[in-house]
Design a protein around this ligand. Structure first.
Ligand code: NAD
Ligand code: UDP
Length: 316
C-alpha cells in the first residue's frame, strides 16, 4: 500500500505502453508527469487523462536535458515499431543513448529511482531458446535494426554503470512483444497490421513464410509487471524478462486473427526484412520468482479486446 503520494515521470507517456502506465499510476493515486515529443505517440492517447489535476502533459525530447523535480522515472521514450525506428535511425540511437544519459542524470541529481523499458531485441536473432536474462544475445551491430537494438543495449550499459559508479537505484526490464488497445492503426507492428487489414478485408501481409515466432503479452499484464518491478526491493535491479511465454508462429497469428474477425482477407507473402529474428520467447522464471508475476491474459482474450478497440476506432 502507498504511504505517500509520489510524483512520477513517464517518458514516452503518450505512446502505447506509456499511456496505459500513466492511467494505472493515476488510478493508484500518484501524480504523473507525462513527457513526450509526439514522434509516434499522440495527445489523443492521453486526452481522457487531461482533466485529472494530478496529470501533467509536457512536450519535450529526451535527447535534451531536463530539469524538473520527481520521485521516480519510467523511461519509455523511444519508437518501438521497426518501420518507425528505422525511419530516422540516427534519432533512434540518440533517443536511446542520449535519452538514457539525460534521464539518468536527472535521476542522479534527484536521487530518484529510474526504470528502463528495455527490450527482447537486446537478444537479436537468438541462438538460445527460450531467452534467459544471462544470454548475451546475437545482434548485428551494423544492420537496419541496430539503431534500436544497439541503442537499447547501450542504454542498459549506462543504467548498470550509473548503478555501479553512482549507486543510483535503477531497474531494467526487457519487454517482449506487447499488444493491446491504443496501438496506432499505422503502428506497423504485426498485431495491429493484421487486425486492421482483417477488419478492412484487405490482404494480410506475412513477411517471410510465417514460420518465425513471437510471444505476445497483453498490455495490462505488462504494466502490472513494470509496476511490481519499480516497487520491488532495492536489490532487484534486473534485467528481468517480461512477456508471455506462449510462443506463436506469425502465420498462425494471421489465421487466428482472420478467424476471430470473420474477415474475408486473403493472406499474402512479402520478403522477410533483414535481420528479422526467427524465434523469440521469454524465459520468465526470474519474473515469476521475484515479482510473483505471470501473465493472466491469454492470446485470444487479448486479441478479442484489441479487435474490439480497433473496430471502434475504425468506425469513427
Ligand atoms: P510507442 O512508439 O507507442 O511509444 C513510444 C513513445 O515515445 C511515443 O509516444 C513517442 O512519441 C515517444 N518518443 C519517441 N522518441 C522520443 C524522444 N526523443 N523524446 C520524447 N519522447 C519520445 O511504443 P511503445 O510500444 O509504447 O513502447 C514504449 C517503450 O517500450 C519503448 O521504449 C520501447 O522500446 C519499449 N518496448 C516496447 C515493446 C512493445 O512490444 N510494445 C517491446 C519492447 C520494448
Ligand atoms: N510481420 C509480418 N507482417 C506485418 C508486420 C510484421 O509478417 O505486417 C512480422 C515481422 O516480419 C516479424 C513479426 O511479424 O517477423 C513481428 O514483427 P513486429 O514488427 O511486430 O515486431 P518485432 O519484429 O520487432 O518483434
Amino acid at each position: 500500500m502507498l504511504t505517500q503520494r509520489r510524483r512520477i515521470l513517464v517518458t514516452g507517456g503518450a505512446g502505447f505502453l506509456g499511456s496505459h502506465l500513466c492511467e494505472r499510476l493515476l488510478a493508484r493515486g500518484d501524480d504523473v508527469i507525462c513527457l513526450d515529443n509526439f514522434y509516434t505517440g499522440t495527445k489523443d492517447n492521453v486526452l481522457y487523462l487531461m482533466d485529472n489535476p494530478r496529470f501533467e502533459l509536457m512536450r519535450h525530447d529526451v535527447t535534451f536535458p531536463l530539469y524538473i523535480e520527481v520521485d521516480e522515472i519510467f523511461n519509455l521514450a523511444c519508437p518501438a515499431s521497426p518501420i518507425h525506428y528505422q525511419h530516422d535511425p540516427v534519432q533512434t540511437t540518440k533517443t536511446s543513448v542520449h535519452g538514457a544519459i539525460n534521464m539518468l542524470g536527472l535521476a542522479k541529481r534527484l536521487g530518484a529511482k529510474i526504470l528502463q523499458a528495455s527490450t527482447s531485441e537486446v537478444y537479436g536473432d537468438p541462438s538460445v531458446h527460450p531467452q534467459t536474462e544471462d544470454y548475451w544475445g546475437n545482434v548485428n551491430p551494423i544492420g537496419p535494426r541496430a539503431c534500436y537494438d544497439e541503442g537499447k543495449r547501450c542504454a542498459e550499459t549506462l543504467f548498470f554503470d550509473y548503478h555501479r559508479q553512482h549507486a543510483l537505484p535503477v531497474k531494467v526490464v526487457r519487454i517482449f512483444n506487447t499488444f493491446g488497445p491504443r496501438m496506432h492503426p499505422n503502428d506497423g507492428r504485426v498485431v495491429s497490421n493484421f487486425i486492421v487489414a482483417a477488419l478492412e478485408n484487405r490482404p494480410i501481409s506475412i513477411y517471410g513464410d510465417g514460420g518465425q515466432t513471437r510471444s505476445f503479452c497483453y498490455v495490462d499484464d505488462l504494466i502490472e509487471a513494470m509496476l511490481r518491478m519499480m516497487d520491488g526491493p532495492a536489490d532487484l535491479i534486473g534485467p528481468l524478462n517480461i512477456g508471455n511465454p506462449q510462443e506463436t508462429a506469425i502465420g498462425s497469428l494471421a489465421e487466428t486473427i482472420k478467424a476471430m474477425t470473420g474477415s474475408s482477407s486473403t493472406i499474402s507473402y512479402a520478403p522477410l526484412p533483414t535481420d528479422d529474428p526467427l524465434q523469440r520467447c521469454p524465459d520468465i522464471s526470474r519474473a515469476r520468482t521475484h515479482l510473483k508475476w505471470q501473465p493472466e491474459v491469454d492470446l485470444e482474450t487479448g486479441l478479442a479486446r484489441t479487435i474490439d478497440y480497433f473496430r471502434g476506432r475504425l468506425a469513427t
